[in-house]
Design a protein around this ligand. Structure first.
Ligand code: ADP
Ligand code: MG
Length: 611
């Protein structure tokens, strides 16, 4: 029997594995632990990294390396980063499909299951597959077969020594793959990246190409609403053209930096357009309909989120003079209101480096957004802590260069401060800036502008050590906070992250595209706590450091230095279920952690200087 920690050392042959499995037949399921290790197959190397404890537990993890002499991908495709990402994404989808067809029920529980981290509509870097010049690495999970709680050795041999090799030869060999489809995947990604890269120099924050299909099938199905959809037609008077490397000139609506309103009647497609822009931070797969809808990579969707926790945020630019003299320059609450949650979200996004903010009236707090003339007459300014966003959105752009795109069908007060007004009618945009400005200028009773002429300070904060929750359920007394005698377990869903005995609510973080990003964010939080939480380091610097490490070492870097104290010893550092995320979503998760300790930064009391 081998020890639990030799990862890369010796390798046995696949026939040995088959014999071993047959010998294990009928034994207690726990004996499966013996097969952990490395095996040489004719076409690849198999590492069994983690063996599940019983047939119903989290499945076992495999890592497979196929040399390029077998895989045979064209060299020029695997030496360029964007192509690698696109190929990996394509192959992940291929493996997901073939695994579904190939897997058989081979006993009780998860017996026989073969799974790869299934992707969303976004093309993302993931740890499930990574192609390099010498080899392709594939990470899968399988359910090791059982009869009841006994090892089904023959079935296991069939799974590992027949199903897996078949999966490899059907999915990871260039000669059997659809090279036209792979090329389309690569070109789609590169065109989208090229469009996104042109935004800043053209003074744009987003671009929506003609003939894009924006609506989705349903609120829970991100695939395109194909036949029933009206394709996007950019307004003739503000249609621009951008060049792409593979689709030539692309016509579309360019949304300029500054303050943009999307107005229009209910159900005319306003939120759908904003949602497409929000997801334009990602490049999408061919056939998605939003392949050429792109937005600035620093675009952050904001919304009200009552009930969330807020720790030490300076919300004084928008909220001041709270009742009972509560401090809004270091605002904390375990139960934010709609308006304070949106204020905190705004300042947190700016702190993390957002350059474009998106707000939809459907999910915004009305009193954060507007305060009309009649309300100004009834409630004196000194009795209203909130300076409505309508009086701040202009300054945000003028002082800090941060643009805002707002969906607002219910209030014309924003006409005065907007640079561009887009009206949606029957799902199509029209530019109505001139009309909106004329209406604003002709108003005989305009509302009074509130707040200062400047946006106000952005106060940098630091995340302190000891911010993570306990690893044990709260009932247990044995574990003091920060005393990590046990590994912190993470369990991710698309809309929540359980970390130790805490649950971080991520429902309001709408720009998370898939659960694998949440898995990676969990690892990043644990990593940041280990290396970077410090009183003299700003939150923004902390995000820089984590994201730089990932850029250099890939997502695996988040686990590379871990010791058994930090995580369960049976977890190898090769996880196949991580996907790339942005600094903004990592910041959002940390900001929502109820145990987080955040204070104004210790050393210099500098404020971020206005541009
Ligand atoms: P609004 O925000 O203006 O009230 P939504 O964006 O929520 O409107 O859209 C209303 C409905 O119309 C949604 O069900 C959406 O899927 C659908 N829809 C949006 N755009 C299109 C389109 N281009 N073609 C077909 N249906 C669309
Ligand atoms: Mg709407």
């Amino acid at each position: 029997m081998t020890s639990h920690r030799d990862d890369i050392e010796q390798s046995e042959t696949w026939t040995n594995l088959r014999h071993q499995l047959k010998d294990l037949d009928g034994q207690s399921y726990r004996e499966y632990k013996r097969i952990k290790g490395n095996y040489g197959f004719p076409e690849f190397k198999l590492s069994i990294d983690y063996v599940q404890g019983d047939p119903f537990a989290a499945p076992s993890r495999l890592c497979i390396r196929v040399s390029q002499t077998v895989a045979g991908f064209p060299v020029e495709w695997i030496t360029d980063y964007a192509s690698q990402v696109a190929i990996a994404d394509y192959l992940t989808r291929q493996v997901a499909q073939v695994a579904q067809l190939l897997q058989k029920k081979r006993g009780s529980g998860k017996s026989g299951k073969i799974e790869i981290a299934a992707p969303s509509q976004a093309i993302l870097r993931r740890t499930a597959i990574w192609p390099e010049a010498d080899a392709i690495e594939l990470r899968l999970t399988v359910g090791l077969p059982a009869f009841g709680r006994r090892i089904a050795g023959m079935a296991a041999a069939a799974l590992l020594c027949e199903d897996i090799p078949q999966l490899v030869s059907q999915c990871l060999k260039y000669e059997v793959l659809d090279s036209v489809a792979i090329e389309r995947h690569i070109h789609t990604l590169k065109d989208a990246e090229s469009l996104r890269a042109q935004l800043a120099e053209k003074g744009l924050v987003a671009f929506v190409a003609a003939a894009s299909c924006l609506p989705r099938r349903s609120g829970v199905d991100e695939r395109p609403l194909n036949e029933a959809a009206d394709l996007f037609v950019p307004p003739a008077d503000s249609c621009i053209a951008l060049e792409t490397p593979y689709s030539g000139r692309v016509q579309g609506l360019g949304i300029r930096a500054g303050v943009t309103l999307i107005v229009g009647g209910g159900y005319h497609g306003k939120s759908t357009l904003l949602r497409a822009i929000e997801q334009g931070i990602y490049s999408h797969v061919p056939g998605d309909g939003r392949e050429q809808v792109v937005s600035d990579a620093r675009t952050v969707k904001l919304r009200a989120e009552d009930g969330r926790s807020v720790v030490g945020v300076d919300i004084s630019p928008v909220i001041n003079h709270l009742p009972r003299g509560r401090d809004s320059r270091q605002f904390s609450t375990t139960n934010a209101s709609g308006s304070t949650s949106q204020a905190a979200g705004l300042l947190e996004a700016v702190e993390a480096g957002a350059k474009v903010l998106l707000i939809d009236e459907d999910t915004a707090a009305t009193n954060f957004m507007i305060r009309d003339r009649k309300m100004q007459a009834l409630i004196a300014k000194d009795k209203e802590p909130i300076t409505p966003f309508v009086d701040k959105v202009r300054q945000l752009y003028d002082d800090y260069g941060i643009s805002t795109i707002l969906v607002i069908g219910g209030s014309g007060d924003y006409f005065d401060v907007a640079d561009t007004v887009i009206a949606m009618e029957d799902y199509q945009p029209k530019i109505v800036t001139t009309q909106a400005k004329a209406i604003a200028n002709a108003d005989p009773n305009p509302r009074e502008q509130e707040g200062d002429r400047n946006f106000g300070p952005i106060t940098p904060r630091a995340v302190l050590p000891g911010s993570l929750p306990d690893s044990l359920p709260s009932r247990s007394k044995s574990n003091r906070k920060g005393d990590r005698t046990r590994p912190l377990k993470a369990k991710a869903r698309r809309d929540s992250l359980i970390l130790g005995n805490e649950t971080i609510d991520l429902k309001a973080i709408e720009q998370i595209a898939e659960v694998h990003q949440v898995n990676a964010i969990a690892q990043a939080i644990i990593y940041a706590d280990r290396y970077y939480f410090a009183p003299e380091r700003s939150f923004s610097e902390l995000l820089d450091l984590v994201m730089d490490d990932i850029e250099r070492g890939g997502l695996d870097a988040l686990l590379a230095g871990s010791t058994p104290v930090d995580r369960p010893s049976n977890v190898s550092y090769r996880l196949g279920n991580l996907a790339m995320f942005r600094r903004f979503e990592l910041a959002a998760a940390i900001n929502r952690l109820r145990t987080v300790r955040i204070e104004p930064i210790k050393t210099k009391s500098v404020e971020i200087t206005p541009i």
